[in-house]
Ligand binder design. Structure first.
Ligand code: MG
Length: 256
């Protein structure tokens, strides 16, 4: 069921989104060679808690038998890791890496979800372009995030933009509705057909998150039960914001 948020709920979503964004801003400042992904995790947890929130990814159930709940406050996915990388003191950023950080702040029962891909030191132009196209794909998608449009309009715009730039869309994972639960209906694939899917209504809050691979689209899951990597070892980037469908233009809740 797709929930329509009340005025009060929208205020709570704005606040949760603000806290999630603050955590990303602090992480961005800390990105440099020599820093471990566990240090980044600690920064996120500190900022979220200092602002009255809870890092919602921590303890998130895997849904798979024998796989422990997610241990981190962030997902930290380096280079060929697509999503759901587990923060670790043994994973140290080095010059030339890219790292995507996906985090969720829950405050007063509502969630703000955002992901960014950061560049560590200097990288080739081709890597910058991947990161840039991934971010732009989000903005291409939300051009269609308007009352009366259909969900497929967003999905199509994202997928088309990614493929027209010569990259692959991750098909096994998708964006989602968000609110008092981190994952709500609808699922929002990063590919699709215009004119299909549910009709967008003011008061819907959606996490839209292009996941892009430089090479082939195939992915694998590591034995940790969480980390998703590209099968061909090529780089992958991720960019996400929580947005609100309004009477006019969408409002991005996780950019302040
Ligand atoms: Mg996310």
């Amino acid at each position: 069921m797709v929930t329509i948020k009340s005025k009060r709920e929208i205020e709570l979503m704005r606040e949760a989104g603000r806290v999630a964004c603050l955590a990303q801003k602090e992480i961005e400042k800390a990105i440099k060679p020599g820093v471990s992904t566990l240090e980044l995790d600690k920064i996120a947890e500190r900022v979220i808690r200092e602002n009255g929130g809870i890092p919602a990814e921590k303890g998130y159930p895997s849904g798979e038998k024998g796989v422990p709940n997610f241990p981190g406050s962030i997902c930290a996915s380096i280079n060929d890791e697509v999503i759901h990388g587990i923060p670790s003191k043994r994973v140290i950023l080095k010059d030339g890496d890219i790292i995507s950080i996906d985090l969720v702040a829950n405050k007063n029962g509502y969630n703000g979800d955002c992901a960014r891909t950061y560049i560590v030191g200097s990288v080739p132009e081709s890597t910058k372009r991947l990161v840039d196209v991934t971010k732009k794909a989000f903005f291409e998608g939300i051009k269609f995030a308007k009352k009366g449009n259909r969900l497929g309009d967003i999905s199509h715009a994202i997928g088309n933009f990614i493929e027209n730039n010569g990259y692959s869309v991750v098909r096994e994972f998708q964006g989602h509705g968000i609110g008092s639960r981190m994952h709500e209906d609808p699922g929002i694939p990063n590919y699709g057909k215009p004119g299909r899917g549910i009709r967008l209504e003011a008061g819907m809050t959606l996490a839209i998150e292009p996941m892009v691979i430089m090479g082939r689209p195939d992915i694998l899951e590591l034995d940790d039960g969480w980390t998703i990597i590209t099968e061909d070892g090529s780089l992958s980037a991720h960019y996400e914001n929580t947005i609100l469908i309004t009477e006019k233009e969408p409002e991005i809740l996780t950019i302040i």
